[in-house]
Design a protein around this ligand. Sequence first.
Ligand SMILES: Cc1ncc(COP(=O)(O)O)c(C=O)c1O
Length: 365
Amino acid sequence: MSDDFIMQMRPWFGQEEKDALAAYMEEDGFLTEFRRTAAFEADIAAFTGAKHCVVVNNGTISLTLAALAVGVQAGDEVIVPNYTMIATPNSVQMFGAKPVFVDVERDTLCMGIEAARAAITPRIKALMLVSANGRYPAAGIEAYEKLCSENNIILIEDSAQSLGSHYPDGTHIGRKGLVGSFSFSAPKIISTGQGGALITDDDDVAARLRRLKDFGRAGGGNDIHDSVGYNFKFTELQAVIGQEQMKKLPWRVARKREIYARYRGNLKGVNQIGFFDQNLSHTTPWFIDCVAEDRAALQDHLKAAGIGTRVMYPPINRQEAYNVPGDHPVSEWIGEKGLWLPSATQLSDGDVDRVTDAILGFYGS
Ligand SMILES: Cc1ncc(COP(=O)(O)O)c(C=O)c1O
């Protein structure tokens, strides 16, 4: 990087991925999911400690399949945070279930426990807890497990942003729910272009997930279907890339934490920028997220300095796609002030300093 335009995010594939793809193309021409996909699933299961991993074609359909596999049906309601990528609610809206939006905690941007409790009705079938940028709720995951079990609600974890992040007890995020979901889209810590993964320790849920993604059949290579399923399968090409990316994950986790710590250190004295509670001893920030005063002007200033940024997710209930009433002050605050600074793992220390110097210059600090 250096003097070039610093993009807010870019995926990172190297010679290793190119070589592995070329080698695979010499050895097999099917490309559809097979041994490499199984090996990639085994890598993710080993990394997260989950008993099962099932990969699918993206981290939105993975949430849809998670909901279907745990028994959510059309007409049921699912609690989701009002601050998240819109894929979270869309994943259940897609098959006629209804997302119910609740506000998030100011310090973590994860779903607020009291807001979730207040949203419970007999129609609620599941709760999708989103780990915002690798963080977990300040109330503690145990509070959500208890809330769900007391109310007969299924806990699903949308951990799309959180590969490489753990709860304080060392459990990988995504493993406390009945099922956890990850995304490998281009901006994620590792990418397969598009891709998603589901983890679970439950044999029945894993079996249902496998059927749902493969036309509803119990095993490949036949046309006997005892349930309805779809085609949300992976490809060997994605798996070959994913396996190479997984080898790089431990280093990327460490580097993401260093980059985040450098931003925080460099911007310590800048009152106009606020960060969230990110515990770097066990969580891994996917993006550098903050709230910024004069956000639009700061973005313009940074753009003129060759630095890309991105506004954080607007409150979903206010998006045209949903447009439902609700008072959600924290997600509204993020909609006004939330900003993602350059977050690529490739950033050098010099790149980070260039960004933070430009921010210091803007605020006259
Ligand atoms: C919290 C969250 N959920 C779901 C998704 C959707 O993942 P995908 O883009 O792989 O469909 C994303 C992607 O950014 C996300 O951040």
